[in-house]
Design a protein around this ligand. Structure first.
Ligand code: ACO
Length: 335
């Protein structure tokens, strides 16, 4: 059996910066409230006409990751695309990337696992490489949230948190001296599906039905989040799945060289960090600049941490995510 390893990372965020003060002009909110509760100072939003979309941002991040892996799009054997905000209801973002990068007729798979989408996708790629079926898998996390948020006071509990962007990695058959991806761990608990959800449009909630059945104060085609419930579950599940990953490899929290949590909320990341006793220099957060970019948050953070020289060869890197579903997971790897 083969092992897999991340051989290239890249990210792209739109140029348009939206500060908390900018949001306070659209809705009843303020910088102090947002920073105190979430740590977010600003986020990026696609601007109409700037040419960006979920798949376009995914392509921009992918080009960087592929180049850093020393490869060309022709070398990629499979695309795994994680998003909750695809350009179209169907087909998915993977086939759009395949077209835009002029790739061979390789498989393109979309993963719909929200904030855990990237961790799930890394696990999928890892399995395909371990079996020897593929040599290089492009894994993308990309989101265009700004197009689908309620930017009025009614939506402020959700809209201030999310931002747009994309990250990508190439996962290759491991031919290095480091162990590469040691293990991945995935979970779900569907009984909490309504706590963080966007009901429609979908086959159960088509738009005419939504409009007919709901008053304008309760519109299910904007995301709904039971924030405190999500917070309580997130801190428990994050910690459990990190420990599961470490213990599966005979490791402890003191072995971690770099911990990259899904950028859900700075308070959640800090809570887990404290609980696990991981020092500041071994945790990478960038939610302050980008908000929560769901499936894109880990690969954007991974790419920035790598660019800043914070991840070195053979470092023990731990990724962990929790999100809507609920779904959660972790990846433990040697860089
Ligand atoms: N600006 C100002 N006031 C606001 C805002 C806002 N943007 N949003 C809500 N409020 C108000 C509410 O209306 C409420 O007012 P009221 O007391 O008069 O009714 C008050 O602030 C408190 O609202 P809560 O929802 O109770 O605020 P809370 O302290 O729980 O903070 C938050 C909300 C930040 C969402 C918090 O619950 C949280 O951190 N939850 C974790 C969920 C999370 O991070 N999700 C990220 C996405 S999911 C994921 O990635 C895993």
């Amino acid at each position: 059996m083969y092992s897999s390893k991340i051989t290239g990372v890249g990210h792209y965020v739109p140029e348009n910066i939206v500060t908390n003060d900018d949001l306070s002009k659209l809705m009843d909110t303020n910088d102090a409230w947002i920073q105190e509760r979430t740590g977010i100072k600003e986020r990026r939003h696609i601007k109409k006409g700037d040419g960006n979309s979920t798949s376009v941002m995914g392509v921009k991040a992918s080009k960087i990751a592929i180049e850093r892996a020393g490869l060309t799009p022709d070398d990629i054997d499979m695309i795994v695309f994680a998003t909750l905000s695809p350009d179209m209801y169907f087909p998915g973002g993977g086939v759009q990337v395949q077209e835009m990068l002029g790739m061979r007729t390789i498989p393109a798979l979309d993963v719909r696992n929200q904030c855990s989408g990237f961790v799930y996708s890394v696990s999928v790629a890892d399995q395909f490489i371990k079996t020897g079926m593929y040599k290089h898998v492009l894994v993308i996390g990309a989101e265009n949230h700004s197009g689908g948020l309620d930017m009025t006071t009614r939506g402020r509990g959700v809209s201030v948190i999310f931002g747009d962007g994309a990250g990508a990695v190439v996962i290759s058959r491991n031919e290095s001296n480091s162990a590469g991806i040691l293990s991945t761990h995935l979970h779900s608990e569907g009984k909490h599906k309504d706590e963080l959800a966007l009901q429609g449009p979908a086959t159960d909630h088509w738009v005419p039905e939504i409009i007919a059945e709901n008053d304008q104060e309760n519109i299910p085609y904007y995301p709904h989040m039971n924030g405190q419930f999500v917070f309580k579950h997130a801190v428990v599940r994050f910690s459990q799945v990190i420990m599961e990953g470490l213990e599966a490899n005979g490791l402890a929290t003191t072995d971690i060289d770099m911990f990259i949590p899904h950028q859900a909320n700075l308070r959640i990341s800090q809570y887990i960090q404290k609980k696990m006793g991981v020092p500041d220099e071994k945790v990478f957060n960038n939610i302050q600049k980008y908000g929560n970019t769901t499936a894109a948050s880990i690969p954007i953070a991974l790419s920035e941490a790598w660019e800043a020289g914070k991840i070195k060869d053979n470092d023990l890197v731990v990724l962990a995510a929790f999100g809507s579903g609920f779904t959660w997971g972790s990846v433990v790897m040697r860089w």
